[in-house]
Write a protein that binds this ligand. Structure first.
Ligand SMILES: *Cc1c(COP(=O)(O)O)cnc(C)c1O
Length: 427
């Protein structure tokens, strides 16, 4: 009988996959905790939380139970003109913990749609107020998703190359590497002084897809202060950073200013089901709240607010807010810091950087690119050691589920050390 992997090759087109160059997909049959198991029974440590989504481990019994209970009661219903307990409860609970003064939750389906909704909210906010502000300001090399609006506010890259002539014009300010902080903030001021900026969108503290590029809370705070001073809305894309990745629950918890709009998705359901949230303030909501139907936010999806998915998010929130999870995150962050110290000044590493539970290792290379050969070599190196990593070009990172054991994290660290030894020998 054909394996799943073989059948896959006949019928599936995979995301972000040059199908001729990487024709093989590993067929996963089961997940448990930090592990995924393939159809041959081989076990993998999911060191990147399955694309940054998983928080509490795979097939978590609490999430599985709550979802299955909800499916048996109400699996889905239309969300315009109708509502239900899981959606209301999730909104109530999130509004209590979100950064800033969020007062309304808008549901959609994933991170890209959460960003699309945020952009539409910001642009239409000004339109509804009769103010001409139509420009979006973003950070160089940002990644906000793959739909057209989200692509437009993302850095131009191999991801957007085929569509570049169709993306709307955005002002990109330089990424605030340590020597470019003043330049970056200066560029933001210049962009906002023109008075046409509807919103600034950022990935707070870490640009994920760009290569786990990190910047300080002080810089983030300065961006937000400049935006507020120039009457520009602030969109915090916490799709990756949300739910504890950077230490506290949200990256914006580390600063004193607050965004006007927050986007959430990846960790929202603990990595179990797709859901996007765009949270916003009363002020923004009020700009859409009047008798003129033209001021309505005409956006929605068939599965908006799906009750079973909201139940998954509620179950994940139970786990995220438990003391155990806070301790696990702290423990992982401390272990990362200690491991990073052992690699300080390594001749093959251009940089080792960490924010909370995320640690990244930038290899020295002549050919840094998402599609580089070194990326494929690294990917295979870790797979052979039973570790799922997905290097961003020459940058390796660990972004683990919070339930990862010390032994498994040790194995990941040891494999990185082994890689460096092997590369030293080959150099
Ligand atoms: C992954 C990601 C997105 C897009 O989310 P999808 O669910 O993959 O559409 C948007 N913003 C950030 C910061 C992300 O990391």
């Amino acid at each position: 009988m054909a394996t799943i992997k073989e059948r896959d090759r006949q019928v599936i087109w995979h995301p972000y996959t040059p199908m001729k160059i990487w024709p093989e997909a590993i067929a996963i049959t089961r997940g448990e905790g930090a592990y995924l198991f393939d159809e041959d029974g081989k076990r993998y440590i999911d060191a990147i939380s399955s694309w940054w989504t998983n928080l509490h481990g795979h097939a978590h019994p609490h999430i599985a139970q709550k979802v299955s209970e909800q499916l048996a009661v109400l699996e889905h219903c239309i969300f315009a003109g109708f509502t239900h307990e899981p959606a209301v409860q999730l909104a109530e609970r999130l509004l209590e913990i979100l950064p800033g003064e969020m007062s309304k939750i808008f549901y959609s389906d994933n991170g890209s749609t959460a960003v699309e909704v945020a952009l539409k909210m910001a642009l239409q906010y000004w339109k509804n107020k009769g103010v001409k502000k139509t420009r979006i300001v973003a950070l160089e090399n940002a990644y906000h998703g793959d739909t057209f609006g989200a692509m437009s506010v993302s850095g131009r890259s191999v991801f957007t190359e085929a569509f570049k002539d169709l993306l709307f014009d955005v002002t990109f300010i330089p990424f605030p590497t340590k020597d470019k902080v003043a330049e970056s903030i200066g560029a933001l001021k210049d962009a906002l002084q023109k008075g046409d900026a509807a919103a600034l969108i950022v990935e707070p503290l870490i640009q994920g897809s760009a290569g786990m590029c990190m910047y300080s809370a002080e810089v983030l705070d300065q961006y937000f202060r400049v935006a507020k001073k120039h009457n520009t809305l602030i969109i915090a894309d916490e799709v990756m950073t949300g739910f504890g990745r950077t230490g506290p629950l949200f990256a914006c918890d580390q600063i004193t200013t607050a965004p006007d709009i927050v986007c959430l998705s990846k960790g929202l359901t603990g990595g179990s089901m797709p859901l996007g949230i765009t949270a916003t303030t009363q002020d923004i909501f009020d700009a859409f709240y009047n008798d003129d139907r033209l001021t309505t936010l005409y956006h929605g999806h068939s599965f908006t607010g799906n009750p079973a998915i909201c139940a998954a998010a509620l179950a994940s929130l139970d786990l995220s807010l438990a003391e155990l999870c806070t301790e696990q995150r702290k423990h992982i962050a401390e272990r990362h810091t200690r491991f990073a110290a052992t690699l300080a000044g390594h001749p093959l590493l251009a940089d080792v950087r960490q924010t909370g539970t995320i640690i990244a290792f930038e290899l020295k290379t002549d050919a840094p690119s998402y599609n580089s050969n070194i990326r494929d070599m690294l990917y295979r190196f870790f797979l052979e050691r039973g570790i799922i990593m997905r290097p961003l070009g020459h940058i390796i990172y660990i972004l683990p589920p919070y339930c990862i054991s010390d032994a498994d994290l040790d194995h990941v660290y040891a494999s990185i050390e082994e890689l460096l030894v092997q590369m030293t020998e080959q150099a």
